[in-house]
Design a protein around this ligand. Structure first.
Ligand code: 4AD
Ligand code: MG
Length: 477
């Protein structure tokens, strides 16, 4: 089989040569004009058939969704909306599509409806654009780290540890649920299980990443992570992809600089490489926003928002400063927040994060030095005895996009914190060995890949930026 991709043809300026295109029919108008899309671009190519030269029975099969191959001459188009078209000499139906049953008609479908037919939604312009941008961002992530000499580390998906200590894990077992082996005290005997111990899907590759960083220097992971948190929101998935760099000889400042550089680099890459897709997504968002009341619409369009991010330094403030701002904020004073900020120590909800970013600073914000009570055991403790060297990056429309910290490298300090948090040190001796043998200052962070794609594409629901979303009560396809 030999074909030319439509994307390549759309930039063609020499006319007259014969080409073969294969793709899916978007529309067939006036028994003459076929709009064909092969996925290489969101733009279609127009193929023109002279209906006198083709069997009517064949033309009837040019229904939306059918796969076809056309061969013909590339000619200058006289019609509006395209500069070139194909004058069809031969036409073959590769796969019919029953017009009565094909769910994607040439009209606008709601994102909710498309989610129910996620196996077919790739055929729409919106999802073509989203997944092209997703690809570009993934590629840019690897390029960014590769240019800086980082090693891409594949951390395990099945593990026996709970890195975040939040207990939001999916169990991995081969035990027979109808006949589970029990210990004398009635608890399940995991010695009989596949791995001889209780295991789960990883919530983060960080702990293994630290082991490698304290030998290889700079590493990053980029893989699937799993959280059994029952959060049915537009920003949570049960299965999501995370990028976790971990660097030896880094403090929190270095960590923030790297995270900001990474975000700007990948956004710039998408702007450079996905101009057509982002332009389409900008218009899509504008249409969506028209449904909203004026005061809820964004001030900046998608492209301006992305450029704004590149041109401005992220605001860096401490958790304590953020609490002061929030306490005095209008929505707090007027009791408009669902969770009112009353005292230092409160965990920030997404309404607070979004207030800081969208209303107060109007740009990305990095919050540092959170209370130790609301953060994981591995974060470096500050001299004040109350806060840890944590950092969260908050983005407009998203809230938290990055979570990270400088790590506690002092053995006694981390052992003491683990004891306070009832984390069994014996099971983590492999992790603590890094602090026993040549411990060093180090830091890292996790960037939620779907939240990044959400931000760059201007989509509003995280379910629409991953091919097959896994959320509570939903694991279709
Ligand atoms: O803040 P989190 O839980 O941090 C960690 O897992 C650390 N181990 C990272 C590190 O320091 N190496 O998660 C990191 C990021 C969040 O900021 C968010 O962007 C994303 O992962 N994230 C989710 N994305 C989608 N669905 C969920 N349920 C998510 N939970 C976290
Ligand atoms: Mg977090």
């Amino acid at each position: 089989m030999k074909r030319t991709k439509i994307k390549a043809l759309l930039n063609e300026t020499t006319f007259g040569k014969e080409v073969t295109v294969m793709g899916w029919v978007k529309t067939f108008r006036n028994n003459q004009f076929i709009a064909i899309n092969d996925g290489s671009s969101i733009q279609n190519i127009q193929a023109v058939v002279d209906f006198n030269h083709f069997e009517e029975a064949l033309l009837k099969r040019l229904t939306t969704g059918a796969a076809i191959a056309v061969t013909g001459d590339l000619v200058e188009s006289l019609g509006k909306g395209q500069s070139i078209e194909i004058k069809v000499k031969s036409l073959e139906i590769l796969g019919d599509s029953d017009a009565e049953k094909f769910p994607l008609q040439p009209k606008k479908h709601s994102l909710e409806f498309l989610r129910e037919i996620a196996h077919l939604r790739f055929r729409t312009n919106t999802f073509n654009a989203v997944f092209k941008v997703r690809h570009a961002l993934a590629f840019a992530v690897h390029q960014f780290f590769n240019e800086r000499g980082f090693t891409y580390l594949h951390t395990p998906i099945i593990t026996a540890s709970d890195a975040e200590g939040a207990g939001e894990m999916f169990k991995v077992t081969t035990l027979d649920f109808d006949n589970t082996p029990r210990n004398d005290d009635g608890t399940i005997n995991f010695k009989e299980d596949f791995f001889g111990k209780a295991t789960n899907l990883t919530v983060s590759g960080q702990l293994e990443g630290e082991l490698a960083a304290l030998a290889l220097g700079d590493i990053y992971t980029f893989g699937p992570t799993f959280r059994a948190e029952n959060s049915n929101t537009t920003r949570h998935l049960a299965e999501f992809w995370m990028i976790e760099p971990e660097m030896a000889f880094y403090d929190l400042e270095n960590n923030m600089d790297l995270a900001e550089d990474l975000l700007k680099y990948v956004i710039r890459y998408a702007l450079d490489q996905c101009a057509v897709e982002l332009d389409f997504l900008k218009s899509r968002l504008e249409e969506e926003e028209k449904q909203k009341p004026q005061n809820e619409r964004s001030e900046l369009d998608l492209l301006s928002k992305l450029k704004f991010c590149l041109e401005n330094d992220f605001e860096r403030i401490t958790y304590t400063e953020a609490i002061d701002i929030l306490k005095q904020s209008k929505p707090n004073q007027k009791k408009q927040f669902k969770y009112l900020i009353e005292s230092w120590g409160a965990d920030l909800q997404s309404e607070h994060e979004r207030y800081l970013v969208e209303k107060h600073f109007k740009k990305p914000v990095i919050l540092t030095d959170y209370p130790k009570e609301i953060k994981a055991f591995y974060m470096r403790q500050n001299e004040d005895g109350k806060t840890v060297r944590a950092m969260d990056i908050l983005f407009p429309g998203i809230g938290e996009i990055v979570g990270g910290s400088q790590r506690e490298e002092r053995l006694e300090k981390i052992e003491q914190r683990m004891a306070e948090m009832h984390i069994p040190a014996e099971e983590m001796s492999w992790y603590l060995d890094t602090r026993r043998f040549g411990s060093a200052p180090h830091a890292g962070f996790g960037l939620g890949f779907e939240r990044l794609v959400l931000f760059v594409t201007g989509m509003t629901n995280i379910r629409d930026v991953i091919p097959f979303p896994r959320t509570p009560k939903n694991a279709e396809f």
